[in-house]
Design a protein around this ligand. Sequence first.
Ligand code: HBI
Ligand code: FE
Length: 279
Amino acid sequence: MATPAARQEQRPDYTIDQDWSGYTVAEHAIWRRLFERQSRLLQDRATPEFLAGIGQLGVAAEGIPDFRRLNDILGRATGWRIVAVPGLVPDDIFFEHLANRRFPSTCFIRKPEQIDYIEEPDVFHDVFGHVPLLVNPVFGDYMQAYGAGGLKALRLGGLTNLARLYWYTVEFGLIRRPEGLRIYGSGIVSSAGESVFALADPAPNRIAFDLLRIMRTDYRIDDFQESYFVIDDFEQLFTATRPDFTPYYAWLKDQSTIAAGQVLAEDRVLHRGTGRRQS
Ligand code: HBI
Ligand code: FE
């Protein structure tokens, strides 16, 4: 077992060692329980790119993955790499990692009593939720561009706006597929309850992706989302974020904030939510 000192040694970029051999049998069992439940739920709910990523990262089925083994696969696929961090890191550090194709992941796993809900991201959210799509070249490029855009947003006072984009795409995004709506957001794919709710419940709005509209929209951190935004494909995300955001931030400064559950006359609405939670 690793000494506590080895766990706490943190570098200036906030990275630590994962200390993979320090996980207990019980911790690996929690991962497997979450992994098996989500794999089953997501079979006909997650976007095929996500399921393909899970397939490529096969080692993740056995227990909490060793980041070194995942990085061999991920590095060969898209040049992305997972780095271990102790928890949420400051925005500038987070963006700097993404801009260099490093995904910061927490190491700890939730306790058995937190199996259905945990406020802070744990290793299951960070790895199962985020890493499979980093195997996808277009999505990987979007994440890197987001990191570079984040560093710029910090200089331009646009962080609140840009964080909403991350929330409604990377964390809670839906995608339109020929076979129907599918999930790609990591906050959804790592949650059993929201995997069902986001696609099937009549309560939330499902609105077509609109960059500036999303950057004006508040979000909920304490419950399932009241609105989901739907992209056509990952190219749409990457293309929408290619322009210089400087004029966007200037414009957004004078715009009112849109409430999380609000629908606008100009929205392209795929499903108008009933607003009442059914589940
Ligand atoms: N740190 N480890 C970690 N994971 C995150 O998702 C994260 C973070 N720091 C900041 C942050 N996210 C957000 O504030 C940005 O997406 C805006
Ligand atoms: Fe996340």
